[in-house]
Design a protein around this ligand. Sequence first.
Ligand code: PNS
Length: 185
Amino acid sequence: MKRIKAIYPGSFDPPTNGHLDLIERGSKIFDELVVAILRNPEKDPLFSVADRRKMLEAMTAGFDNVSVDTFDGLTVDYALRVEARVILRGIRAISDYEYELQMALMNRKLQPGLETVFMMPAEKYSYLSSRLVREVAQLGGSIECLVPDLVAQKLREKMDVAHKFANGEQPLPSETKIRTRKKRS
Ligand code: PNS
């Protein structure tokens, strides 16, 4: 029987429990699943691609058939390069549908041999998004239960640095990302 390899592309800034839920579901139905982080120079992410990769690698260490990679350019080109036949995407609510449908149809137009498969995360994650996690963390809300512990820890570190910077303290050289963001606001 043909082995089915899927990619799960996204920004993962940061990865959440919703992403992890989808990865777990995907790992059960595909022979191989590659979590593919988009390297997008136009976006101003909170976490570097290297940080997101490390977090996702730690989160997925327990899945034998899941790996983590990064890509730029078109998702369909990346999928072809790694010989995947499926693009996995999550749909949380009807509000996701229009955007996801548009993307799936465009990807099909670009590469008819690739299929997009949608999966629903557990209902308890249906309201969860990286954007909201970032916002809640930045405003001091609790993000436990929304992201894995290691991601919560990384977010806390980022917020501590932001707090330090806001209070006029000198951030460490490794903390310059936060400094840049602050300057722009
Ligand atoms: O996690 P996100 O931000 O919703 O993921 C969006 C992503 C990365 C899947 C999408 O922006 C994408 O595929 N970008 C790569 C460029 C591309 O292929 N564009 C055409 C999509 S129809």
